[in-house]
Design a protein around this ligand. Structure first.
Ligand SMILES: Nc1ncnc2c1ncn2[C@@H]1O[C@H](COP(=O)(O)OP(=O)(O)OP(=O)(O)O)[C@@H](O)[C@H]1O
Ligand SMILES: [Mg+2]
Length: 463
């Protein structure tokens, strides 16, 4: 896959507006799509949301520093190259930055040509590595959370806030929405990232097995226990233990877990030693735990232990603004995996995706795109590449919706969202008219990806 110049992305981080403007101006001229962040916190949020092969960051900023940005960049995408800008006096910290994997540092004041040269060098290196590295060099299992909806942005902000703590987190939401991905992001964005992330699917094991899986057992603890076994708790020491489908744990084991969480000590099955463990718990459920408590199937005290922070990941149909970036993300992923170059979807495919209810959520969207990339004949996904059932279900929904109110922007509504929507739709209409409905050019002019523009045209019914 050829890296188009528009795919050259860069993140510039500085608390000083003039430095941000200077650098983004220069590198936009060099053909980069530059995103700027005015604090370390904001930068880390951007890094969780998008891939930036190149990051330029100031070292000293109020709050999170350039070193924090560097660590976050390297943990989500190891191939990202980071250049640190530092005042003359803090060279020692710049050296520290090099130890954390910074590509280079530049001391203020600097000549623009100096930083241009360094970026050129990085770009040559990236070009040589090719776009192949984008997916192969990410830590195994680590993937970006993709999305553009307000819900997803809010969730990313939450993740960056809770990642540094060791409090338990309970993630809830229907199947396939990305709960495990969120759990991994919490681990990767925090200080435990260099230690294990250990996942246990609590629904997959019989209760007796789950107990020895979690806590381990001594040799001869029960029939069949021929050897001593280290449990997942011990394996997750200093890291994160992910309890998936936590609602399926038997009350007796819940009691045991509650004690472990209170005392940070475990006892292997059939053993009597207390073993100290330092583990952060992240749990996930697609069941309503409040209801399970009412039914007597889930211990209330255990629930409160787990639920120090709660994150709810909503169904995809309730955050449709994520759909265009997810489409692009999965097109890239499967094009690369399958050695094809399918980079676009037809307008009527966007329309189908927008109207479908996604009972299987992001997982279903991912599967449908994978299938479509296999079937696509050129580099565009056509309606024919979608499963018949999906097309049918959208058609049926249309029929039923015929009498219903059309989904329109209410011009009398004065809320901020309604006003921004109106403004956005006007700007898009203007650009489309100006470029005579050439969507590629209009998208470029608006700084939007083509898929996003297609989506917004449907959303505002501009066609
Ligand atoms: N925001 C997202 N960005 C990119 N990929 C996503 C996103 N959300 C989900 N995915 C992908 O969708 C698939 C399903 O996600 P995941 O396994 O985390 O869902 P889940 O909520 O744990 O589902 P289940 O309840 O069925 O276990 C995964 O391949 C995941 O990488
Ligand atoms: Mg899961």
């Amino acid at each position: 896959v050829e890296q188009k110049p528009s795919d050259r992305r860069m993140l510039v981080v500085d608390d000083k507006a003039n430095m941000r403007e200077l650098l983004s101006g220069v590198f936009e001229e060099h053909g980069y799509q530059v995103t700027t962040a005015s604090s370390g916190e904001e930068a880390i949020e951007c890094l969780l949301l998008n891939e930036y092969p190149i990051v330029i960051t100031d070292l000293s900023m109020p709050g999170k520093s350039g070193i924090d940005v560097l660590k976050a960049a390297k943990s989500v995408f190891t191939d990202t190259e980071v250049i640190i800008i530092t005042a003359y006096g803090s060279i020692e910290r710049a050296v520290e930055a090099m130890r954390y994997g910074a590509y280079d540092f530049i001391t203020k004041p600097f000549q623009l040509s100096e930083i241009e040269r360094k970026i050129e060098k990085i770009q040559r290196k990236l070009d040589m590595a090719g776009s192949r590295s984008i997916y192969t060099s990410v830590h195994p299992g680590v993937q970006h959370i993709v999305g553009g909806s307000d819900q997803t942005k809010r969730m990313l902000r939450m993740i960056t806030k809770i990642a540094p703590t060791r409090s338990s987190v309970l993630i809830s939401g229907p199947s396939g929405v990305g709960k495990e991905l969120v759990a991994r992001a919490i681990h990767e964005a925090g200080p435990r990232r260099d230690y294990p992330f250990v996942a246990v699917n609590c629904a997959a094991l019989a209760p007796s097995l789950l107990e020895s899986e979690l806590f381990g057992h001594e040799k001869g603890a029960f029939t069949g226990a021929e050897d001593k076994r280290i449990g997942r708790f011990e394996r997750a020491h200093l890291g994160t233990l992910f309890l998936d489908e936590v609602s399926e744990i038997e009350p007796a084991i819940q009691t045991k877990l509650l004690r472990v969480l209170q005392e940070s000590e475990i006892e292997r099955v059939g053993g009597s030693d207390q073993i100290k463990v330092d583990v952060r718990i992240v749990a996930a459920t697609n069941r309503d735990l409040q209801k399970a408590i009412e039914l007597g199937e889930f211990r209330e005290d255990f629930y409160y232990r787990l639920n120090v922070f709660s994150l709810n990941v909503s169904a995809l149909k309730d955050r449709r603004d994520d759909i265009p970036s997810l489409i692009d993300h999965f097109l890239r992923k499967y094009s690369h995996e399958l050695g094809k170059d399918v980079c676009e979807v037809d307008d009527d495919v966007v329309e189908v995706f927008l109207n479908y209810d996604w009972p299987g959520n992001v997982r279903e969207l991912e599967n449908i795109i994978e299938r479509a990339v296999v079937l696509a004949e050129g580099n565009t996904v056509a309606r024919n590449d979608l499963p018949a059932e999906l097309l049918q279900s959208v058609l049926l929904k249309d029929l039923h919706a015929e009498d219903a109110e059309p989904r329109k922007v209410d011009i009398n509504n004065d809320s901020l969202i309604a006003r921004t929507d109106r403004l956005e739709s006007e700007l898009i209409r203007g650009a489309l008219e100006r470029f005579r409905w050439n969507k590629t050019r209009a998208a470029e002019h608006l700084g939007l990806k083509r898929t996003t523009l297609q989506y917004k045209i449907k959303k505002y019914q501009l066609d």
